[in-house]
Design a protein around this ligand. Structure first.
Ligand code: CP
Ligand code: NVA
Length: 307
């Protein structure tokens, strides 16, 4: 189904599980080195306003492996950087490209790029959401645990873009999610309310607490992200103080389920939101999670761009 993937609202639970199925098949085929032509003759732009190691490389690699072509478009090299309106840029991209993967500051930028280009736009992170990350992550949970419905994910840290997307994708997948965060860094109430409406249909239970220990009791997955996101550098000093204690460490793992696994979307700051011992330890599935970003990108491109 061709279309944009700007927030998780473009997905139903059924479509999410169809994407998981496609990711599994594509991962198998890509690992076998099977020639794939899912994106044959497709030219896909990769427009990034912010740095990226994983999202950019995994999408570019997935595009090439699926038989398409990718053009990297760092915003510093575009006329947008000199004031050309997004609307005009979007119109041009609509003529030159078959789809666009975009990482932006403001969510409105991907909305405008989609509207004015008329081509599928995949949100590779905005200040509000990181939908491709959450799809790849919950696919990883499915792969590791064999199921997702009824499992509990405890998210420890900032109620940020990654947290928002996990709330929505957990709700769609029927997974429970408890967020532990300082009072002043709770997830956006509107996004939480949207996720709760979905959760009411799928049987997922969502909650927000302050205590990382309480949130982690019985959790099957402990998940964290950076305390200071891209674009928040000015808040760094304050956030580093407020988030002390919001760390995944050996003690927190003790209150989680016996077979709990640990996830982090990366980049990680060892000694801050996660200890070195835990990220490198036997409960960490962080590297499998990161690897799956490429297969997840393939499944997402197949769903939103190929047909
Ligand atoms: N997790 C993630 O999006 O990583 P990058 O910032 O390296 O793309
Ligand atoms: N919340 C982080 C995610 C990085 C992948 C950020 O926006 O910088």
């Amino acid at each position: 189904m061709a279309g944009s993937f700007l927030t998780e609202q473009e997905l139903s639970s059924e479509q999410l599980f169809e994407i998981f199925d496609r990711i599994k098949v594509l991962k198998h085929d890509m690992k076998q080195g099977k020639p794939l032509d899912v994106l044959r003759n497709k030219v896909i732009g990769i427009l990034f306003e912010k740095p990226s190691t994983r999202t950019r490389t995994s999408f570019e690699s997935a595009i090439l492996r699926l038989g398409g072509s990718a053009i990297y478009l760092p915003v510093a090299d575009l006329q947008i950087n000199r004031g050309e309106p997004i609307e005009d840029t979007g119109r041009m991209f609509g003529s030159y490209l078959d789809a666009l993967v975009a990482r932006v500051f403001e969510q409105q930028t991907v909305e405008d790029l989609s509207r004015y280009s008329g081509i599928p736009v995949i949100n590779g992170l905005s200040d509000v959401v990181h939908p491709t990350q959450a799809v790849c992550d919950i696919f990883t949970v499915l792969e590791v645990k064999g199921q997702v419905k009824g499992l509990k994910l405890a998210y420890i840290g900032d109620g940020n873009n990654v947290c928002h997307s996990l709330l929505m994708i957990c709700a769609l997948a029927g997974m429970h999610m408890t967020v532990a965060c300082p009072k002043s860094y709770r997830p956006d109430p509107e996004i939480f309310a949207k996720a709760e409406r979905i959760a009411a249909r799928t049987g997922s239970q969502l909650a927000i607490l302050e205590s990382p220990e309480k949130a982690s009791v019985g959790a099957h997955i402990l998940y964290t992200d950076v305390w200071v996101s891209m674009g928040e550098e000015e808040e760094e000093k304050t956030k580093l103080e407020i988030f002390q204690g919001y760390q995944i460490n050996g003690d927190l793992l003790k209150v989680a389920a016996k077979d709990a696994h640990v996830m982090h979307c990366l980049p990680a700051h060892r000694g801050l939101e996660i200890t070195n011992e835990v990220i490198e330890g036997p409960r960490s599935i962080v590297w499998q999670q990161a690897e799956n970003k490429m297969y997840g990108a393939a499944g997402i491109l197949d769903h939103f761009v190929s047909s």
